[in-house]
Design a protein around this ligand. Structure first.
Ligand code: SF4
Length: 371
């Protein structure tokens, strides 16, 4: 039985779900010194060692207890696709057989991981394939962090440096688990990422944006897509709950780092939101906010009737924003040849490919040695 099949069958608590304080408390409950809790935490998140037998500064008896009490398995990799542009998409299967996705995007100077916070999503945005699946369940903090652990296994000696919550799910609908995961990402004894390298992308849940600003002001990205209430409500039902004015009030209160400001995602759809009139409304809406707008030609998937904007409209829209000092780079979804858009691979998966991530890692090392 390999690592992955063990994970599917395991009903033990997931070791990666525990924070530093929870490890300390567990050690206390077992009659152990609390510093052992910190040692365990360091082994998992800082060193990426996921087999308690290798925790060399911890006694054999405790190592055995850890192995017996917790599940230490990374999730099952259902399929792993590599794009021509260097990005990699992993389709992951949870304990109940549900599928969710992560995309790994290595650049020269950084490695960005786009991860999921939920299986599916209840928000029903019309242009998003995940929205069509509905919500299946929230991921736990450990399942969110497993995606980083798994990504680090897949990288050839490199590590994830940036995390964006832009995979499946509305992260702020899973607030507590997402915040707990982010706290471990930025903890110096955890993954040690800078707060400015963790981005939460939301469809605009105004009260949760305020809460996030109070507890953990990481970078914020807003899926905006229109600055017209009627149109936005049509595209994104969340706008009926928190309209543009309510959202803007929260954004003005958000303690975003001044240098970085807030990023707005704007999917460009032909004839829907890509006219100069739309650009004018957007500029007006963004006044008073230090904003960057990512213009994203919509990624096609089966059943989607909308089309990506024509190059002329895209350029005119971009120029209108740039002339008013709003940076507006055009971003194409990476990994288009491997269904890079959110939810696309999970929706279209046809065959199962079972890969053991440790075996994958070993294969990579063998390839490296050969080269
Ligand atoms: S765009 Fe985001 S919030 Fe909207 S349905 Fe897709 S995953 Fe959910």
């Amino acid at each position: 039985m390999n690592l992955n099949s063990l994970n599917i069958l395991s009903s033990k608590p997931l070791a990666f779900d525990l924070s530093l304080d929870e490890w300390r408390a567990w050690c206390q409950s077992q009659g152990l010194a609390t510093f052992v809790g910190k040692q365990i935490f360091l082994w998992i998140f800082q060193k990426g060692t996921l087999d308690p037998e290798e925790f060399s500064n911890i006694s054999k008896e405790i190592r055995l207890r850890l192995k017996e009490k917790f599940s230490w398995n990374l999730p099952l990799v259902d399929s792993h696709l590599c794009s021509k542009d260097g990005s990699e998409k992993l389709l992951i299967k949870d304990r109940e057989g549900n599928l969710f996705e992560m995309v790994l995007m290595p650049y020269e100077e950084r490695v960005t991981l786009c991860l999921s916070s939920q299986v599916g999503c209840k928000r029903g945005c019309t242009f998003c394939q995940t929205g069509r699946m509905g919500l299946k369940r929230n991921l736990s903090s450990g399942e969110i962090l497993s995606q980083i652990l798994l990504a680090n296994y897949c990288l050839k000696g490199r590590r994830v440096t940036n995390v964006v919550f832009m995979g499946m799910g509305e992260p702020l609908d899973n607030f507590d688990e997402v915040v707990k995961a982010c706290q471990i990402m930025i903890h110096p004894d955890g993954f040690g990422l800078s707060k400015q390298r963790v981005t939460i992308s939301t469809s605009g849940l105004a009260p949760e944006i305020d809460r996030l600003g109070e507890v953990l002001p990481v970078r914020l990205a807003i899926s905006l897509h229109s600055a017209d209430d009627e149109r936005r409500s049509r595209m994104m039902p969340v706008n009926r709950q928190y309209n543009l004015a309510t959202l803007k009030e929260s954004l003005l209160r958000y303690p975003a780092p001044h240098r970085l400001g807030i990023t707005f995602e704007y999917v460009m759809i032909e004839g829907e939101n890509d006219s100069i009139q739309d650009a004018k409304k957007l500029v007006k809406y963004l006044s008073g906010i230090r904003a960057k707008v990512n213009l994203i030609p919509i990624n096609h998937f089966p059943g989607l009737e909308m089309k990506a904007s024509q190059a002329d409209s895209l350029r005119a829209f971009q120029r209108y924003l740039a002339d008013r000092s709003i940076p507006a780079p055009v971003r194409y979804s990476r990994g288009q040849d491997i269904s890079g858009g959110c939810g696309q691979l999970a929706a279209k998966r046809e065959e199962e490919i079972h890969l053991d991530p440790r075996e994958l890692h070993r294969q990579r090392r063998r390839e490296l040695r050969k080269n």
